[in-house]
Design a protein around this ligand. Structure first.
Ligand SMILES: *Cc1c(COP(=O)(O)O)cnc(C)c1O
Length: 510
């Protein structure tokens, strides 16, 4: 059973518990945690799972990665129930079939029915409950002043911040501080973050850029003394619990896609930090018979370039695209896939040797800005993956075309990230020309979150109205609520640290 975890950069045999893996986030050698083994499912088990609800499926999957000695099954079940009770759809992640018109085998997997209307809720609702669970257990018999706490600190240019806030809100002994650049995020995103009334939540509006905010967060994580005092925690996309929670919808969508008739299934995933699609890789490696996982990138295409050349190279500048949640320079979770590729192709299955190879690659990336993998490594990646790069122009055209041609429902509106995926899916359909394949295109956000891109694509159509056709009532109401934010007048780490301590005192968490 793979219920212990190792680092991708370690050449040692050591493994550690699930709890430590989740709370620590990043390994001390700078690597990412991976399960020491990937659990294997028989075709019979997969067949039995095909009738399960989303929640029951989540339980079966998570049981394989978390020992019952760490979290007893009944507790895990409770955590899962609580995490998905906040979703607006009974299916949690429903599959919209045949929405795009013309392509009967193109399905859209809607991952945006959680509290912040973005796919990150699927994981972060669970992570918040998990943090609280571990703390409550450790704090059970302790007096107030000895209780363990977690102070979550993060920077956001939009989506992650609100999903983290909604995941952590109201959780006991947990506080969350989200930094964002003043005036540089969309009004809806700012409203989502600043209107949460819970005492343990504080947004920090920092006069500066997103990079300034990220640098401050990095400095806080590197501040040993501050860290020791406040037990600073991260909820960024490398946290293993996020990958684990995302596996469920690959299974769930697969079963729905093949229900009518047995078919091959390809998943197409709009990708940035590679966390979403990596969950699909684990599902496939566990035995789910997925044909291919297709990486869809925007102009920030480090992943697509790797797949075409074997060169993993950071560009100098991040491009600002219509799909900002995918605007990245390096793709942090890709390291986990690289470890499996190194082990299977270069290290003849030797885990320790794989850790050395990955470590060397990342030393090169740091010192030279790139590393080059053998052709055999890239060929191995193509066994499970394919890759497409989509421009802003194509993104906009895809939003338009889907709006015009969709039949069920009519005038279906894609957010720009989802449109990157749908454009890539259509290319795959044309290339494959095979009616026996079902395509599942992952929809990662509700269009209301990216009003500018959606309006830019659709305002030319008579009868289109953002207020009427896109904006949900629940988000409309946000503009009437009171905002809670703290303004930081200079991008300075000391000012931010002081603000956090001042607020922790008010929260009773100092
Ligand atoms: C985070 C995000 C993505 C990218 O997911 P990764 O796991 O980073 O690849 C895509 N779309 C939206 C809307 C997101 O918020």
């Amino acid at each position: 059973m793979s219920q212990s975890y190792r680092s991708t950069r370690s050449s040692a045999k050591e493994t550690q518990s699930f709890e430590k893996t989740i709370i620590q986030g990043l390994a001390s050698d700078g690597g990412l945690f991976i399960p020491s083994e990937i659990p294997q499912l028989s075709p019979e088990t997969i067949q039995q799972w095909s009738h399960l609800s989303f929640q029951d499926l989540a339980l079966e999957i998570m049981k394989l990665y978390i020992s019952s000695e760490e979290i007893p099954e009944a507790d895990l079940k409770g955590l899962i129930q609580r995490s998905y009770s906040t979703f607006r759809s009974a299916d949690v992640t429903p599959l919209a079939k045949n929405v795009t018109g013309g392509d009967e085998n193109l399905n859209v997997l809607e991952l945006f029915h959680g509290p912040t209307y973005a796919f990150k809720d699927v994981a972060l609702q669970f992570v918040g409950n998990l943090f609280e669970y571990f703390l409550q257990r450790a704090n059970k018999d302790l007096p107030q002043e000895q209780r363990k706490k977690i102070t979550v600190v993060g920077a956001t240019s939009g989506d992650t911040g609100s999903a983290a806030i909604y995941g952590m809100r109201g959780k006991k002994d947990v506080s969350v501080f989200i930094l964002y650049p003043t005036g540089r995020i969309s009004p809806i995103q700012e409203e989502q973050m600043t209107t949460v009334p819970d005492k343990n939540v504080q947004t920090l509006s920092v006069k500066g850029t997103f990079d300034n905010c990220q640098d401050i967060v990095k400095a806080i994580f590197g501040d040993v003394e501050f860290n020791k005092k406040h037990n600073v925690g991260a909820v960024n996309s490398i946290n293993w619990a996020r990958i684990l929670a995302q596996m469920t919808y690959y299974f769930y969508a697969y079963f729905q896609a093949v229900k009518a008739s047995p078919s091959k299934v390809k998943f197409v995933v709009p990708s940035g930090n590679f966390g979403d699609i990596l969950a699909g890789y684990y599902a496939k490696k566990m035995g789910l018979p997925v044909e291919k996982l297709v990486i869809a990138t925007n102009a920030n295409d480090i992943l697509d370039r790797f797949m075409k050349s074997g060169v993993y190279e950071r560009s100098d500048d991040v491009a600002s695209t219509l799909s900002p949640a995918m605007d990245i320079l390096v793709s942090s979770n890709f390291e986990r896939l690289l470890w499996y590729l190194a082990r299977d192709v270069l290290a003849s299955g030797d885990d320790q040797r794989a850790g050395e190879i990955v470590n060397n690659w990342f030393i090169q990336l740091k010192t030279e800005g790139k590393f080059v993998a053998d052709d055999a490594v890239v060929r191995e990646a193509f066994v499970d993956f394919d890759s497409e790069r989509v421009s802003d122009l194509e993104t906009k055209e895809t939003i338009k075309e889907t709006y015009v041609t969709s039949q069920n429902p009519k005038n279906y509106i894609l957010d720009p990230h989802t449109a990157v995926g749908v454009c890539a899916t259509k290319r795959q359909i044309a290339k494959d020309n095979d009616k026996s394949v079902q395509y599942v295109s992952l929809s990662t956000a509700h269009p209301a979150k990216f009003a500018d891109a959606v309006n830019d694509a659709l305002s030319e159509f008579d009868g289109y109205s953002f207020e009427k056709d896109v904006l949900p009532e629940e988000l409309k109401k946000l503009s009437t609520l009171e905002k809670k934010l703290k303004f930081i007048e200079r991008a300075d780490v000391e000012l931010v640290k002081a603000a956090i301590e001042e607020e922790l005192a008010k929260m009773g968490l100092l």
